[in-house]
Design a protein around this ligand. Structure first.
Ligand SMILES: Cc1cc2nc3c(=O)[nH]c(=O)nc-3n(C[C@H](O)[C@H](O)[C@H](O)COP(=O)(O)OP(=O)(O)OC[C@H]3O[C@@H](n4cnc5c(N)ncnc54)[C@H](O)[C@@H]3O)c2cc1C
Length: 429
């Protein structure tokens, strides 16, 4: 499987070449009965499976491909803080109480991510720190206000404002103005995390299957039949955990959750004396089409910043990433890029997750628009704890107002491309 290529995401990722052994799991062969069926084996589905199985629930999970072929094995690895970027904006929309509850949930999500790795003894290469530099000077005031608000009203003192000079030192680049430093979060190797999570789910008794695509989910008596080409799972409850790969399994997902593609490149190791990111903090900048980058443990620059909308092809990912790297680190303009890859992220109208119970017992969780690394994991856990009657914290997400995208089935994609291209253009003015 050395040159294995995800059938649903472009390019072979550096993570696949640095994760160690990537175990394979059987496909579903025959019929299985379970308390809960889970469709989708990324962070969200596997985390739900782990927490259900750990509590003694009989759970069967299927993925259409290999675990990690979707976004969870291929992302930027940055955890962030809060339910998404920008608490000030969220507070304007939802008010302080709800925003604070969502903030606290996201802090639980951070802890859950790292505690799970510790409990099941796997090492996801966690590194501390995240910088958010402003690409326009007029945004500096907002960054300072964000940090002050989090310090004063959210009890979060691990974020601070850096002026332009301090930011230049932290980045090893003068391409930005001031911004924030968050020492209460960090970044991980997502494929190592995914592999550890799948092993943990299996070790607690979850039945997990790869290369087993759900063709349909139908109500059958008091439960549901989840049909695959080679067997059926009959379960009392179902969780769909498909995020940006939902295809047309449910029309509600097609109208509320839009897949878009994001791309990353990895350079060859930069050497121990490189001035780039001396403290190995992660970076996500202030652009609408955010540039996110960080150094791996072995000193590669992992750089993401290109997106593609609608049915457009990724084009030359390496050339775009090289241009973006050169704008920030001109000395790296000729550095070898060893890997270039991408995957689907999911957006919703308010850029918040879309969690719903479509009918009694049939749940769906996805639409993670930013901070999905920690939130998808924790959302899986929150759904599990709801099923177990242990906690109803998931209602914080379930009750969010997530309108459908305008334009109906045929107009939706062209309108999306138009809107996103417009916002991407604003990054440049
Ligand atoms: C390039 C890139 C960079 C990113 N960077 C970051 C970052 O730095 N920080 C951050 O927080 N987030 C980031 N994200 C987003 C983050 O990766 C996602 O939010 C998160 O991984 C979603 O996890 P998930 O389990 O919901 O979905 P996924 O991991 O995408 O899993 C969905 C799974 O569903 C399966 N599936 C689809 N249809 C079927 C079917 N019919 N039957 C069975 N299985 C099916 C797919 O095969 C897939 O494995 C990034 C994403 C990408 C692509």
């Amino acid at each position: 499987m050395t040159n294995y290529q995800s059938p649903i995401s472009p390019g072979r990722s550096w993570y696949e070449d640095s994760c160690g052994e990537r175990p394979t799991y059987p496909s579903l062969d025959g019929d299985v009965t379970a308390d809960v069926a889970i469709v989708g084996g990324g962070f969200c589905g596997l985390s739900a499976a782990l927490h259900l199985a750990k509590a003694g629930t009989k759970v069967a999970l299927i993925d259409a491909h290999r675990f990690g072929d979707g976004a969870s094995g291929r992302n930027g690895g940055q955890m962030g803080s809060g339910p998404r970027g920008g608490v000030v904006e969220l507070q304007d929309q939802l008010g302080f109480e709800r925003t604070k509850a969502l903030w606290d949930m996201a802090e639980d999500a951070k802890r859950n991510l790292l505690d799970t790795a510790e409990e099941f003894a796997f090492d996801p290469d966690y590194q501390v720190g995240q910088l958010t530099p402003m690409h326009k000077q007029r945004y500096e005031r907002e960054a300072r206000h964000e940090a002050e608000l989090l310090n004063a009203k959210y009890g979060y003192d691990q974020i601070s404002y850096l002026d332009q000079e301090q930011m230049a030192q932290a980045l090893g680049s003068r391409a930005y103005f001031g911004g924030t430093r968050d020492s209460g979060t960090g970044h991980i190797h997502p494929m190592k995390y995914l592999i550890g999570l799948a092993a943990a789910a299996q070790s607690t008794g979850a039945q997990i299957f790869e290369n087993s695509k759900a063709l349909s989910v139908d109500k059958q008596g008091t439960g549901f039949d989840v049909k695959t080409p080679s067997g059926t799972i009959r379960a009392e409850r179902v969780l769909l955990a498909l995020n940006g790969y939902h295809g047309d399994l449910r029309s509600e997902l097609a109208s509320h959750v839009m897949p878009i593609q994001s791309f990353i490149g990895a350079t060859a190791p930069l050497g121990d004396n490189s001035p780039v990111l001396p403290a190995k903090e992660a970076v996500d900048d202030s652009r609408f089409v955010v540039r996110y980058f960080r150094k791996s443990k072995d000193n590669r620059l992992l750089f993401g910043g290109r997106e593609a909308y609608g049915k457009s092809q990724p084009g030359d990912i390496e050339a775009t990433i090289r241009r973006q790297i050169s704008e920030i680190y001109p000395d790296l303009s000729d550095t070898e890029i060893t890997h270039a890859w991408g995957g689907n992220v999911a957006i919703t109208m308010p850029r918040m997750p879309y969690v719903r119970e479509f009918e009694p017992g049939l749940w769906s969780a996805g639409g993670f628009s930013g901070h999905g690394v920690m939130l998808s994991n924790y959302t899986g856990r929150m759904v599990a704890e709801q099923f177990l009657g242990k906690s109803d914290q998931i209602n914080l997400l379930k009750e969010l107002d997530i309108p459908s995208f305008p334009g109906g089935r045929w107009l939706r994609d062209p309108l999306k491309v138009l809107a996103l291209t417009w916002y991407a253009m604003l990054d440049r003015v």
